[in-house]
Design a protein around this ligand. Structure first.
Ligand code: GTP
Ligand code: ZN
Length: 522
């Protein structure tokens, strides 16, 4: 048996080696074809293509369009002899191609890059290094001055990167626009905390994301490297109709500092955060290997980021997903003070309820209750924090959510069937993966939570699993629960959500029913 395993291993190694040779040969060949195509277009008087500029494809990923239509062969991260580092040594780098001043695109389409390619020299990135200069700036732009220095895959802005592309394509945005960061610095100082220098504690955001234009200002100015902040910190007032009611009911008392007046207006410090993933750390949180994570991200984004496969040397990825916003009530310095009390609500987006007041779930009520409790904690000398994650419909999206609503309302809408409906349609009941959520708590310097305004066992376990103890869990009071959302809350409690009350029996759960469509129609 042992002999035959060795034989298989040898054959596999031989196949891998010849694939690697083929890849190199393919690289040089496509480069040669590209050169030929270019010199032909220089010598012949062929008319320009219909697009404003003509492109060809380089970097061993595919030959120019009109040639033989070969499919790119890319190495898999999971098979060691085919690590991307082995490939691409002979291909010219992306910086070799001239850039059009009009569109900002290089004249040859850079489908992907390889580690040892000419012109590829990533800026050092030492994730978790406590010194931001030594850690290095997250560099992701494909601007001509920066593309060879990239140490991150993806694009800035999360899902908004697509609008950025549209703005450039439609020439609303100039390709050579340079942001002017004058006066954009954080409105309050947060950190640095020791957690920022722990590569296991923060894996889903850049702890230096708010200081980019200043920490790496020299590089932006002197070396023309295109770097952007991924965090912004500001201050504001906010006004919610329910909080005016809270003041009227005497639950909130204006103090002129946190709750400003009888209208329930609040003073708040806000932090917007875009996702930046350190792939080995993200993989570790999910208990999977980095190769599997990279391959899945590549496949299920329509192959949008080939560098997830070809650039095993780049460990940082800016995913095309929504980020989060932190709302801080009271003195932000108190968040990290172990002697100050902290109330916290972690909230996942539910546009239908949060913004438009749908009564089928408890989202807006819990959000408002969270804000009210956060304000009270701040007024009592502690601090209150509400963190709002863009994870609509448990990260299944609003379309799936509405399909589930239809199935519920066309059925009997019983609490006992609540999660089954979602699972039937989506295959899972939840895709929020709270495993990455506690990063923001580490970033804010939070080391314990006195009052956790949530019943979710998933949020609780993720936070405690990251070494941040929760001293008290506060459930949504019964009087805040809209009638039609009893189905949701009872199903959640039965599925493991926290309650100080008693759990329901299967029979009792069956008896909890939501409003039928017929009732709405009258
Ligand atoms: N797919 C789906 N998502 C829903 C439904 N109802 C609410 N949601 C989503 O569920 C999530 C609720 O998140 P949160 O308000 O943070 O609440 P939670 O994590 O369930 O628990 P708590 O912290 O105890 O409130 C949001 O992303 C909502 O959009 C539903 O019927 N179907
Ligand atoms: Zn909701």
């Amino acid at each position: 048996m042992a002999g035959s395993t060795d034989d298989i291993k040898t054959v596999l190694a031989q196949i891998a080696q010849s694939q690697s040779h083929l890849l190199s040969a393919f690289d040089s060949l496509s480069h040669r074809v590209d050169e030929l195509a270019q010199s032909q277009s220089r010598t012949s008087n062929r008319p320009q293509a219909k697009t404003e500029e003509s492109f060809s494809i380089v970097n061993g990923s595919a030959p120019p369009p009109a040639t033989n239509g070969l499919v790119p062969v890319v190495p898999s991260l999971q098979s060691p002899p085919l690590m991307p580092q082995d490939a691409g040594t002979s291909t010219p780098g992306p910086t070799a191609a001239p850039t059009s001043p009009k569109s900002g695109f290089t004249s040859r389409i850079v489908l992907t890059t390889y580690p040892k390619q000419i012109g590829i020299k990533p800026l050092p990135m030492d994730w978790g290094n406590p010194d931001p200069k030594l850690r290095g700036p997250v560099t992701v732009s494909r601007a001509a001055s920066t593309i060879g220095k990239r140490n991150a895959i993806g694009a800035h802005g999360g899902s908004y990167s697509i609008y950025y592309a549209l703005a450039l394509a439609s020439k609303e945005l100039k390709a050579d626009h340079k942001p002017d960061f004058t006066n954009t610095q954080p409105a309050v100082e947060i950190g640095p905390f020791p957690q920022w220098g722990d590569k296991k504690k923060i894996v889903a955001m850049d702890p230096w994301g708010h200081s980019v234009p200043w920490t790496y200002g020299d590089m932006i100015k002197n070396e023309n490297v295109d770097l952007r902040p991924t965090i912004a910190i500001t201050k504001a007032h906010m006004k919610l109709p329910e909080l005016e009611e809270s003041v009227r009911a005497g639950r909130l008392v204006p103090d002129g500092k946190v709750c400003l007046n009888a209208g329930g207006e609040l003073a708040v410090t806000k932090v917007a955060v875009e996702p930046v993933w350190y792939l080995p750390g993200v993989a570790e949180r999910f208990g999977i290997d980095e190769g599997t994570l990279r391959r899945s991200l590549f496949e299920h984004t329509g192959g949008m980021y080939p560098e997830l496969i070809t650039r095993g040397d780049i460990k940082v990825f800016l995913p095309p997903i929504g980020g989060l916003t932190v709302y801080i009530f009271g003195d932000p310095a108190k968040m990290s003070d172990p002697n100050s009390r902290l109330a916290l609500r972690i909230h996942d987006e539910c546009n239908g309820s949060d913004v438009f007041g749908s009564d089928i779930c408890t989202c807006r009520p819990y959000l408002i209750f969270g804000i009210e409790e956060a304000v009270k904690e701040a007024q009592n000398g502690g601090c209150g924090v509400v963190i709002y994650f863009r994870k609509e419909g448990r990260a299944l999206g609003e379309v799936t959510k509405y399909l589930v609503y239809n199935a519920r309302k066309r059925g009997e809408d019983r609490a006992s069937d609540y999660f089954k409906r979602t699972e039937n349609i989506a295959g899972v009941k939840d895709m929020r993966f709270q495993a990455l959520m506690p990063d923001i708590l580490h970033w804010l310097g939070i080391t314990k939570i006195d009052r956790m305004l949530s019943m979710s066992n998933m949020k609780h376990d993720a936070i405690v699993g990251q070494g941040i103890p929760i001293h008290e869990r506060v459930e949504l009071p019964a009087e805040w629960i809209p009638a039609d959302s009893r189905v949701e809350i009872d199903a959640k409690i039965t599925a493991g959500y926290f309650t100080a009350g008693k759990k329901m029996t299967e029979e009792e759960l069956k008896a909890v029913q939501g409003r039928m469509w017929e009732d709405i129609d009258h």
